[in-house]
Write a protein that binds this ligand. Structure first.
Ligand code: ADP
Length: 454
């Protein structure tokens, strides 16, 4: 097989070819002597001096050929040795010059050249990989520790160094347990541990990997700080809540304050008789705003205090029939007929269907034309799927339908959907709302895991 220079490599050279080449060389070496011997045997009338001359010529010819071939052999061998010596010293840049492409030793030199290329490429790839790994370790926010089977710290990244509040050289090579890393390094893969590092306390998600190198076992432990992620999520939840609370409180308190001011001015300017009706209207408006605020706060209370589940086995189809009978504003069709028994909190799931049916009915009644609402359910391998379809006004263009307190209704609380999602997700299921394809209205899809059904 030719290498990049077009020279056949020794590994690809057939052994028979090598043997043939050795025979040719031996033949070249022996030829002058053989010719001399042949001439001496044929011509017996030659004088002694001539015979001696012929013998010396034959001998010198063989010696000359031997010297030429030996020189070539030695020069190729010397090149091969030099190349191997430089490879051993890690210098992969040296190349041997290949002059005689069919000379087996020159092919050996070409082979060593190819080996140098491969080693050089391998080293380049390793260097690139370790540079990439180094940069990743530096950029990683998670702390990485590598320990060997004797428990000594072999490698740490900057995040780990910051946790230990120590320089790399001060900790690498030291016993990990001595550095107080025992509990986190002993933690199982994919677990969460609480640990106090010199830089601070936190909850850490642990990932582990083990491998062998230089005949020694090594373990990599990566710690991801969960406290930071959790507190960030908590902060965002508080921000959302405060935004909603202040919006609702302002919506009620601003008109109440301005109404109270106007009523006070009215009382000062007008007689009691004249002020009576505007006063009554103003107090009525204040009362309605206060009631709206109370509704909002009770809705918030419901959302914040979802009671623990009381799980029982019950007939989902019977629950759906009962919930449908509660709705008097519109006749609701029931398309499903199959009995389904599931396990869960019947009251909470009933509340979900009440909310979704109420929304479907209100959306349908909000349309001038007549519309239907119907309920269906199916059981497949993994899930029980309940659908509530309506021919109502359709979904508003918003991503916030399930965000607490989002409502498009004047008297709405915006609690129904978020509470429903909370309950369904606590049962391991999902709930979604989508527009109906090619028809007016919306569809609510409730998926409960099959594990609960039988
Ligand atoms: P509320 O009913 O008090 O407004 P929800 O959380 O139950 O609160 O619903 C939030 C909003 O989602 C509703 O105000 C309405 O705009 C929209 N919505 C919910 N269900 C439907 C539906 N079937 N069709 C159209 N809009 C819907």
């Amino acid at each position: 097989m030719p290498d990049s220079t077009g020279v056949a490599t020794a590994s690809a050279m057939h052994p028979r070819l090598l043997r043939r080449r050795a025979k040719v060389w031996a033949g070249c070496f022996a030829a002058p002597l053989a010719v001399t011997g042949f001439l001496l045997a044929l011509c017996d009338e030659l004088s002694f001096a001539t015979r001696l001359g012929l013998l010396i010529t034959g001998l010198s010819g063989s010696l000359l050929v031997g010297r030429l071939l030996g020189g070539r052999l030695l020069s190729s061998l010397a090149t091969a040795f030099d190349l191997l010596a430089s490879l051993r010293e890690g210098d992969y840049g040296l190349r041997g010059h290949v002059r005689w492409r069919r000379d087996p030793l020159q092919v050996l030199v070409a082979d060593i050249n190819a080996l140098s290329d491969e080693l050089r490429q391998g080293r380049r790839k390793r260097t690139e990989a370790s540079r990439f790994l180094g940069k990743t370790l530096v950029a990683l926010n998670s702390a990485v520790f590598v320990i060997d089977d004797a428990g000594a710290l072999r490698l740490i990244n900057p995040a780990a160094r910051r946790l230990l509040r120590a320089e790399r050289t001060a900790v690498v090579g030291r016993d990990a347990a001595e550095l107080g890393l025992g509990p986190v390094l002993a933690a199982a893969d994919d677990t969460i541990v609480n640990h106090q590092f010199p830089a601070g306390k936190g909850r850490w998600a642990v990932r582990r990997a083990s491998w062998y190198s230089d005949g020694r076992g090594h373990t990599l432990v990566m710690l991801h700080d969960l406290s930071a992620a959790l507190s960030e999520e908590e902060r965002r939840a508080w921000q959302r809540l405060i935004r909603v609370l202040s919006h609702e409180l302002n919506n009620s308190l601003t008109p109440i304050g301005s109404l109270a001011g106007s009523l006070a001015v009215l009382l000062e300017k007008e007689s009691a008789e004249m002020a009576r009706q505007p006063l009554l209207d103003g107090l009525d408006a204040i009362g309605r705003r206060a009631a709206a605020l109370a509704r909002f706060l009770s809705g918030y209370g419901r959302l914040a205090r979802l009671p623990p589940q009381q799980r029982t086995r019950f007939r989902l189809d019977e629950l759906l029939h009962r919930v449908v009978r509660l709705e008097h504003r519109l006749g609701i069709d029931i398309a499903g007929s199959r009995p389904v028994t599931i396990e869960g909190d019947e009251d909470q799931l009933g509340q979900v269907f009440v909310n979704l049916l109420r929304n479907a009915v209100e959306a349908t009644l909000a349309r001038v034309a007549e519309g239907r609402v119907w309920v269906d359910w199916q059981v497949d391998v993994d899930d029980v799927l309940v659908t509530i379809d309506d021919e109502g006004v359709g979904l508003p263009a918003s991503d916030c339908l399930f965000v607490p307190f989002f409502t498009t209704k004047p008297e709405g609380s915006g609690i129904g959907l978020s509470l429903s999602r909370l309950i369904i997700e606590a049962h391991g299921g999902t709930v979604e709302l989508r527009s109906r394809h090619g028809a007016p209205g919306a569809q609510a899809l409730i998926r409960l895991p099959y594990g609960m059904a039988s």
